[in-house]
Design a protein around this ligand. Structure first.
Ligand code: CA
Length: 492
């Protein structure tokens, strides 16, 4: 069965603590649609309590169990609710992907005197101060947890850098002596530091603690896979060691996706090579192609939609997506694919052979929220994309067999899937237009001769009957998507 991931949250999901219960309640419906794996947001206690989505990690061992940062539960519920949610999702035959945030920690409990040197924000390799001592919140003792599960206390030897009053400082510890950890790219000189207290993976005690935590986390929760946050900012040496430890302990692999935010496949391929192909990556360049195509309208050449994408260059290790919690309106990496083009983008990720698609929560459940841009309060409505649920089903039922490519026109492109004999009604033909209405002669293979197809999206009234070669003329409306499926296949 084709794999389909579902990102079950967005940045502004309610802080009222009901997400774990909501995901549990929706699990049977998602499984019936054809979702195979559910990605849940960070489950551990945030430095901001319930007031941010979970990426400001405070205590990895507090899954909504201890009174810390002003709350027992997390933004999404209690530990018991989280574990029950995972149990129900798995009971429905789906996997659960945990969001793993190990680049940094925030909300330290105590101040320490820390030896540092300041660096240039734009070139972190350039030191712009003498070595000096500052007082910083780099001591994590987790007083609310009182040593349960782990007695490890973090201090400044566990971190490479901090940021105080907008100035980034490298910590002069015994592992790097003020240097950042080596990365594959030279963005900002060295982009090890992203936010908070940046974790020092050269410290063997840190690596050991995180491995023990990983075992505890999997045993406690039963998750089946990981989404690794901010891997661009973490030494590529770390996650192979961490993942191998878990594989050796549990005697099986974990489905693993990394978030490496770069608009070109080259650095993504380099990272996958450096980490021994243990980690699939989100296809960020494809997202940006969708984004640009949605802004440029008919001026965008649809034949270039896969340019520089990971799904083109490494289809078996590419997780394709249209939008996520960082690209949604008013967020840090805002680059939201315009609404008119979302059906096109979802057709491309859901109904083709290459890549594993990840559906974003608002596409099925919508989202409404307010936040600020340049001091002005803005109300956002992300409407449901009506074709997405049918596409999840069609991916499960129909998207099989040999693929025929018709990316031969700047404004109207299409493809076909011939189907497989053992999958009832399988096979389909898709046409996308970013300009005028039109048609295209496409083939589904001789075995489909005489087959009748209709546009399940409802835009076109014709019935297409394939000729003796399994070919036919398919139609699409202006700026629209048509998906032609067997006349006998219907979605309730
Ligand atoms: Ca880092």
């Amino acid at each position: 069965m084709n794999k389909t991931l579902f990102q079950f949250f967005h940045w502004y999901y309610s802080p009222e603590g009901d997400l774990w219960n909501h995901a549990k309640d929706m699990a049977p419906g998602l499984a019936a649609l054809g979702v195979t794996d559910v990605w849940l947001p960070p489950a551990y206690k945030s430095a901001d309590g319930v007031h941010e989505p979970g990426y400001a990690v405070y205590d990895l061992y507090d899954l909504g169990e201890f009174n810390q940062k002003g709350t027992v539960r997390t933004r999404y519920g209690t530990k018991a609710e989280y574990i029950e949610c995972i149990r129900v999702i798995k009971e429905q035959g789906m996997g659960v992907i945990a969001d793993i945030v190990l680049n940094h920690k925030m909300g330290g409990d105590e101040k320490e005197k820390v030896p540092v040197q300041n660096v240039n924000d734009d070139n972190r390799l350039e030191v712009i101060s003498e070595q000096h001592t500052v007082e910083a919140h780099t001591k994590f003792t987790f007083p609310g947890r009182k040593g349960k599960y782990s007695k490890f206390k973090w201090d400044w030897h566990c971190f490479t850098g901090i940021c105080e009053d907008g100035t980034i400082s490298a910590i002069i510890n015994e592992y790097g002596h003020g240097s950042w950890e080596p990365l594959l790219e030279q963005e900002n000189g060295n982009f090890d530091y992203l936010m908070g207290d940046d974790i020092e993976f050269r410290n063997p005690l840190v690596r050991e603690e995180l491995k023990q935590w990983g075992v505890w986390y999997v045993e406690t929760t039963g998750v089946t896979g990981f989404r690794l946050d901010a891997v661009k900012h973490i030494s590529p040496a770390f996650f192979p060691e961490w993942l191998d430890h878990l594989r050796n302990h549990f005697k099986h692999d974990f489905f693993t996706i990394g978030e490496y935010w770069r608009d070109h496949s080259g650095p993504l391929l380099d990272y996958q090579e450096a980490t021994g192909h243990r980690i699939q990556l989100f296809d960020v360049p494809l997202h940006f192609n969708f984004y640009r195509a949605s802004l440029e309208g008919r001026d965008y050449d649809m034949r270039s939609i896969f340019d520089n994408s990971l799904v083109r260059d490494n289809p078996f290790e590419a997780i394709t997506f249209v939008d996520n919690h960082d690209t949604q309106p008013l967020q840090s990496l805002e680059s939201t694919v315009d609404y008119w083009f979302k059906p096109h983008a979802y057709a491309i990720i859901m109904l083709r052979e290459a890549g594993t698609p990840c559906v974003f929560y608002p596409a099925v459940f919508e989202a409404k929220y307010t936040d600020h841009r340049n001091g002005e309060e803005i109300y956002i409505e992300l409407n449901k994309i009506p074709v997405v649920e049918p596409m999840i089903k069609m991916r499960r039922d129909l998207c099989y067999g040999i693929q025929g490519e018709y990316f031969d026109d700047p404004n109207i492109v299409g493809w076909t899937k011939q189907g497989e004999d053992d999958k009832l009604y399988s096979g389909l033909a898709v046409l996308l237009s970013n300009a005028d209405d039109g048609d295209k002669w496409m083939g589904m293979g001789r075995k489909n001769a005489g087959r009748q197809l209709y546009d399940i999206c409802g835009g076109r009234p014709e019935l297409v009957t394939l000729d003796e070669n399994g070919e036919g003329r398919f139609f699409v409306n202006a700026g629209s998507v048509s998906v032609w499926v067997d006349n006998r296949y219907h979605i309730d």
